[in-house]
Design a protein around this ligand. Structure first.
Ligand SMILES: [Zn+2]
Length: 446
């Protein structure tokens, strides 16, 4: 980090309005990573014509060659021609990521560069998605590309704050950093929950003082900030992690007087698509180095179906028809905005959902996933808030849980939901590969 960057960052960290920081984070970008991200960025802007329902040669070469390095790729491609039999390659599933990671991982990259960030989304099943600083660094040009499509330019200047990420969770990491890929511009992640701040009015004062170009976060956090009356007007809201309902998008855009850019990105895959500025219900495929398919229930390519990704740039997690568990519609016709990449319309699933504790206060599903993720014995979960006010959790355990383990989980959920909360924990979650609703709030259903 350059000296002047450090001083600028220190000012932010020591602001009288700053939240209670709890983590220190750097981008771990080496000079070689920097150059690689810059090459990626050039290609991202120049290789923008792929309105084709067949994978590109470069992507086929990339995954085809991995059979020499990765046992998983070797097994999956055995007896198949990557070009002629692509549609016969079995899907890579979330279970594969959970159980076969060591076979997937090509042993050609030094492991000291690995970053492991268990997914903390509302996906129900904790997945270890190993990542590389280079692949994470590529998020910067991709996010900036999507912002540019909405005429928002992030200035690469160490004195500016490029973005502040808003969260609304009971517990999360809160930090400030600079990003070498954005010329030392500052980034921070803050939690909108009151307990993270010394004074309640500091939240808004901090945003005004730091004046981030855009706010990132999930629709849930934006909704909370809007409801709490946040007046700060960023140039854009960059919404990720959850499906953005059209009605919420419109009310956020009206309140914050800026575009709300829906960004579809998964930990395992990196960014996939961004919302078209002219037809925001459609998301354009963003990176040039992934191939996106939608497969029907018979695992055949279809205009509707499960979203499946091949390729990518993460050396620790190359994707071979990775089934995301999300569903969508794929469209290859030319869009009026001029972007010559296929468009996705996300269907159901990953809907913003919330729960309430015994006193009626909102609880973010991410907090539920977080508690369950701490218990390595829990593989998947389904959490239901019942109409009668009780809570039910259907879990899939690795080993049959002990009484103590179950009681421990109960206690933690009572800390989250209220001492009098009735929490039923069952070890009966089906595992037949069908998509189940992970979060159900019966009180929200019509
Ligand atoms: Zn478009």
């Amino acid at each position: 980090m350059k000296k002047e960057w450090y001083h600028s960052l220190t000012k932010m960290i020591e602001s009288q309005y700053a939240p209670r920081w709890n983590t220190i984070i750097g981008d771990r970008i080496t000079e070689a990573d920097y150059e690689n991200v810059k090459s990626f960025e050039t290609e991202l802007y120049t290789k923008r014509e792929f309105l084709d329902s067949k994978p590109k040669e470069s992507i086929l070469d990339y995954v085809g060659n991995l059979r020499f390095y990765s046992n998983f790729f070797y097994e999956r491609l055995k007896g198949l021609s990557i070009r002629h039999d692509f549609e016969r390659i079995p899907r890579m599933t979330r279970d594969d990521l959970q159980n076969k990671m060591t076979q997937i991982l090509p042993p050609t990259h030094p492991l000291d560069r690995i970053i492991v960030n268990p997914t903390s989304g509302t996906t129900g099943k904790p997945i270890l998605a190993p990542n590389h600083p280079f692949a994470i660094g590529c998020y910067v040009p991709m996010i900036e590309y999507s912002l540019l499509k909405y005429n928002v330019k992030v200035s690469h200047d160490f004195q500016t704050t490029a973005a502040i990420q808003l969260c609304h969770q009971n517990k999360t990491i809160v930090y400030a950093t600079t990003h070498s890929l954005a010329g030392g511009a500052k980034f921070a992640k803050i939690n909108w929950k009151d307990q993270d701040w010394r004074e309640l009015d500091h939240k808004e004062k901090f945003l005004y003082e730091q004046a981030p170009t855009f706010l990132s976060g999930d629709p849930y956090a934006f909704e909370e900030a809007m409801k709490s009356g946040l007046n700060y007007k960023p140039k854009a809201l960059h919404s990720t992690a959850l499906e953005l309902e059209e009605s919420l998008r419109i009310s956020l855009a009206t309140h914050f007087q800026c575009p709300v850019i829906n960004f579809y990105s998964l930990n395992e895959t990196g960014p996939i698509a961004y919302a078209c500025p002219l037809n925001p219900e459609w998301l354009h495929i963003l990176p040039h180095d992934i191939f996106v398919e939608t497969l029907d229930e018979y695992e055949q390519p279809s205009s509707f179906g499960e979203i499946v990704i091949t390729g990518g740039r993460n050396p620790f997690l190359p994707l071979l028809r990775y089934a995301t568990g999300d569903f969508g519609e794929l469209n290859f016709s030319l869009c009026t905005c001029g972007e010559k990449t296929p468009r996705l319309k996300l269907l159901k699933g990953r809907k913003p959902i919330y729960f309430t504790d015994v006193s009626g206060k909102k609880i973010n599903p991410v907090d539920i996933s977080r508690i369950l993720r701490m218990d390595p014995n829990v593989l998947r979960h389904q959490f239901i808030q019942k109409k009668n006010g009780t809570y039910e959790m259907n879990l899939s355990f690795l080993n049959s849980p002990s009484q103590i383990e179950v009681e421990n989980l109960e206690t933690q959920f009572q800390e989250l939901l209220g001492k009098t909360a009735e929490v039923k924990i069952k070890d009966n979650l089906p595992n037949d590969q069908r998509k189940i609703s992970i979060f159900i709030n019966e009180n929200l259903e019509k």
